[in-house]
Design a binder for this molecule. Structure first.
Ligand SMILES: C[S@@+](CC[C@H](N)C(=O)[O-])C[C@H]1O[C@@H](n2cnc3c(N)ncnc32)[C@H](O)[C@@H]1O
Length: 452
């Protein structure tokens, strides 16, 4: 059985813990908030919306927060205009159209009993009208750019689980966690309030249907099915998306008579509710979004890829645990896959990573977090004018110390352990200034400039 250790982060979205890396996949403050703050807001999506197409490479897709937030941002900020263009009543929401019919036949109660899902009230998330909030001046009456997302992660189970993950849960229950991790314990005792966010279920539906379309074997993935069926994980997973998944499964299978009844109910569910999702995507012009999942080592996938990307989200585990995705050689590979005005976004501020980016030919800058009022990541680009927050003199100097010695992986095939060992050797043999000496010197210079 695959390792799966979920908990609720502070914004009501689900975070994961990896015993293998003894690391958390997401910030305990808020998995979804982190995706928005580190990847989506600094992407400057408004500018990208003027293009005919947008290509996104999501490296280390995990349970998909970065891709889903990207699509959710577009849905919330740019699709409302389309919605009114299709002259729909701006106060209606998709669910009301379809589930009203179901209620009349009282079928919803059956389905509710079988699947524990009260679809009569809220089958598809409400998308309230925000047409007055949409970015009309930029977007005008244009149709959406063609969107293509390539998502890469070698953990197939997690990728396939991504559309089922809950966000926006208000009543957070983190009792009975099956793992210990001090950062999470600290968070559990904290009372910082984060405004909770939610991924619209239309986006989860979109991801699920794209995965099924390209990899129908997901319907027989026993690891996935046993997690979806396991009561222990109920509170972390969305039962509406699970119901749809079950429908697809039963549609595929040759039914016994008992299953026939379930299948019949699923048919009803699908006919009305899934139809709602489908027409939802169409109305929001999202039906043509291309989403491709690649479950392999990211180095391998990118070597065999010919695209140029507008955005690259790089969300690997911390460099000291997963250096193969932070090496100079990997950034050289990414350089070849980035548009002239493209951006690589990442949460790390590590000098070794920044050093590698600069050596590979990028201009780099900070990512500024408005909520925390501090720099929380790095942006790399080929176009210097896209850098809003350049590195300070101190940070630039840091890249020339031992801390800035980067990871090497010439053939893009080395194991993490080997890459780490090699860098340790490089640091040991280097004549560069030690980072602690550099810091002391910088503090000394600062103090004397204050005194003088
Ligand atoms: C910090 S998590 C990513 C979280 C993710 N962005 C999300 O929204 O859930 C790191 C991910 O990197 C993946 N990973 C680690 N090494 C990899 C490699 N060499 N190639 C592809 N994926 C890798 C892991 O499977 C894990 O899902």
């Amino acid at each position: 059985m695959t390792d799966f250790h979920p908990y609720f982060t502070h914004d009501g979205s689900v975070g994961l813990y990896s015993p293998q890396f003894n690391d958390i996949y997401h910030s305990a403050t808020g998995a979804l908030t982190e995706a928005y703050e580190k990847f989506i807001y600094p992407s400057d999506i408004e500018n990208l919306m003027t293009k005919e197409s947008i290509k996104v490479l999501d490296i280390c897709y995990g349970i998909g927060y970065n891709s889903k937030s990207f699509l959710n941002y577009i849905l919330e900020n740019f699709c409302q205009k389309n919605f009114s263009k299709y002259s729909f009543s701006t106060n209606s929401h998709i669910a009301s159209i379809d589930t009203d019919k179901i209620n009349k036949g009282n079928i919803a109660n059956y389905i509710g009993k079988v699947y524990g899902d009260n679809i009569s009230t809220n089958s598809v998330d409400k998308i309230s009208s925000k047409s007055n909030q949409c970015n009309v001046s930029i977007y005008g009456d244009k149709v959406l750019p063609k969107i293509y997302i390539k998502a890469v992660d070698f953990d197939k189970f997690l990728s396939q689980l991504s559309p089922f993950i809950k966000t926006g849960v208000k009543k957070i229950d983190n009792s009975h966690l099956d793992f210990e991790y001090s950062i999470i314990n600290k968070f559990l005792n904290s009372d910082t309030k984060i405004k909770y966010k939610k991924i619209n279920n239309l986006i989860n539906y979109l991801i699920l249907s794209k995965i099924i379309e390209k990899s129908p074997e997901i319907l027989e993935n026993q690891d996935l099915i046993s997690v979806l069926d396991n009561q222990k994980y109920n509170r972390f997973l969305d039962d509406k998306i699970i119901s749809l998944f079950e429908y697809y499964r039963f549609k595929m299978s040759k039914n016994t008579s008992k299953l026939h009844f379930r299948s019949f109910l699923h048919n009803i569910y699908y006919k009305y509710v899934s139809k709602g999702y489908k027409s939802g995507l169409k109305r929001y012009n999202l039906q043509d979004v291309e989403f491709e999942l690649k479950n392999d080592d990211a180095r391998n996938v990118i070597i065999n890829d010919n695209n140029l990307y507008d955005l690259i989200f790089l969300d690997a585990f911390t460099p000291s645990k997963c250096p193969c995705l932070w090496s100079y050689d990997f950034f050289k590979l990414l350089f070849e896959h980035l548009e002239t005005d493209g951006k690589i976004l990442t949460y790390t501020t590590s000098a070794a990573v920044r050093g590698a980016m600069v050596e590979a030919g990028f201009f780099i800058g900070n990512i500024y977090n408005e909520r925390e009022k501090k720099f929380t990541g790095t942006i790399a680009t080929k176009n210097k004018s896209l850098i809003k927050y350049p590195l300070s003199e101190f940070d630039l100097g840091l890249l020339k110390t031992k801390a800035g010695i980067f990871y090497r992986d010439e053939n893009l095939t080395a194991l993490n352990e080997a890459i780490l060992a090699r860098r340790n050797e490089d640091v040991k043999n280097s004549t560069r200034m030690s980072t602690s000496k550099y810091r002391k010197q910088a503090i000394g210079e600062f103090n004397s400039s204050v005194i003088n």
